[in-house]
Design a protein around this ligand. Structure first.
Ligand code: ADP
Ligand code: MG
Length: 390
């Protein structure tokens, strides 16, 4: 007699995994942009229609995916970023669970067009649910474009949980902004329903990115900070806002750990307590702080969407951050930098920036990255910059 226990088929397994990894269109954008950055792109364009529900297009000028790897890339637990569980201790790439592409392809129609540096021709491949297309040869520039159409087309219950297109587009905008701040060396472009919403130059300056995202008022009232604790294997640099540019919520408390935007209560508390003597109650500061923490001291693998981190030295971090902020603020006179023009500056989201750098312009590297970087230093330290204009 047949028992009642069934082994789930692959597509069902992937859809269940997708439930964890891909909550909404912004999750797709986050995963694909992380992949582009891991592929050492210097230019990433994110284009969406209808809050990302009908179309998400992500184009990068990174390493590209080879013909022999393209189908494998969509298999669950298929990754080029780690080889064994031990690598998890030191991995510095943004994604390594090997789940994103499999998950996305199980709940959307996906097309990928990609060419590896040095190859003559690129390839085009389509996959939707369990239906895999043929690999076609195409003439395209170096890099990768992912097109994700009709997200949740086969999981209507999930689609029902989405908010309005405007709200979903806002979540995507947040993701792109965080990525742009975490990676000032990458030129980001964000296009929503045909409208250019954000352009960053990729010149490596965090301050420029802050200006491009938040506008003149915030950019004119920043304090540059650097502090470190060699013993705790931690250093911080970036910018904090003068108390005058405070907000009524925590939305402007940005911080990044080893290139990844995260949320963490210990860090929020450290930042806010550092501002305590300088700010009114229920006001929250602007920050854009880049933490460098030895990868062995953190665990970013706690949550499938990876917004949460776990620290191995959590109790050292709080006073470290609190004192660092406090010292940066202490003994300063806070003169608000205002200009007449600033008051006119429109909301950041609506700002249109005209001239954009052409994608595929530069290559951060001409060769493929190693599977796991050999140096145990911090992300991207050894990346050689070659700015060859094609
Ligand atoms: P992970 O990022 O965890 O390895 P993904 O499912 O996101 O898993 O991607 C699978 C693999 O596909 C990656 O390890 C990488 O080798 C390849 N890949 C995905 N996106 C890109 C891209 N934009 N450029 C180059 N390679 C990519
Ligand atoms: Mg990934």
């Amino acid at each position: 007699m047949e028992g009642i226990i069934q082994v789930l088929d692959n597509i069902t397994i992937n859809q269940i995994a997708a439930g964890e990894v891909i909550e909404r269109p912004a999750s797709v954008v986050k995963e694909l942009v992380e992949n582009a950055i891991d592929a050492l792109a210097t230019s990433v364009t994110v284009e969406i229609k209808d809050g990302g529900t009908s179309l998400i297009r992500i184009t990068d000028n990174g390493s590209g995916i080879g013909r022999e790897d393209i189908k494998k890339a969509f298999l669950r637990h298929a990754t080029s970023k780690i080889r064994s569980a031990e690598d998890l201790q030191t991995v510095e790439s943004l994604g390594f669970r090997g789940e994103a592409l499999a998950s996305i392809a199980s709940i959307a129609m996906v097309e990928v067009i990609t060419k590896q540096t040095g190859q003559l021709m690129g390839i085009r491949y389509e996959i939707r649910g369990e239906e895999e297309g043929e690999i076609e040869e195409v003439g395209v520039p170096d890099g990768t474009t992912f097109l994700v159409r009709n997200l949740f087309f086969n999981t209507p219950a999930r689609k029902k949980f989405l908010k309005s297109n405007v709200t979903e587009a806002g979540y995507i905008s947040d993701v792109v902004q965080h990525m742009a701040m975490a990676h000032p060396e990458v030129a980001f472009r964000f296009i929503n329903n045909g409208k250019h919403m954000l352009n960053t130059s990729g010149n490596g300056s965090l301050k420029d990115v802050i200006y491009q995202i938040y506008g003149r008022e915030i950019a004119a009232n920043l304090i540059e900070v650097h502090f470190q604790d060699a013993g705790a294997g931690t250093s911080v640099d970036g910018y904090i806002g003068k108390p005058c540019v405070s907000r009524g919520n925590r939305n402007f408390e940005n911080y990044f750990i080893n290139g990844r935007f995260v949320r963490n209560k210990i860090l929020n508390r450290g930042i806010e307590d550092g501002y305590k003597n300088f700010m009114m109650q229920h006001q929250y500061p602007f920050t854009a702080l880049k933490f460098r923490i030895e990868p062995e001291l953190i665990d970013v693998n706690v949550h499938p969407a990876k917004l949460e981190v776990r620290f191995r030295n959590g109790d050292i971090l709080y006073p470290f951050v609190m004192k660092g902020i406090e010292q940066a603020l202490a003994g300063r006179e806070f003169i608000v930098e205002v200009t007449a023009e600033e008051k006119k500056s429109p909301e950041p989201l609506k700002r249109e920036i005209s001239k954009s750098p052409e994608i595929f312009e530069t290559h951060r590297r001409q060769t493929l990255p190693p599977v796991v970087r050999e140096d145990s230093g911090f992300m991207r330290q050894n990346v050689t910059e070659t700015s060859e204009v094609k």
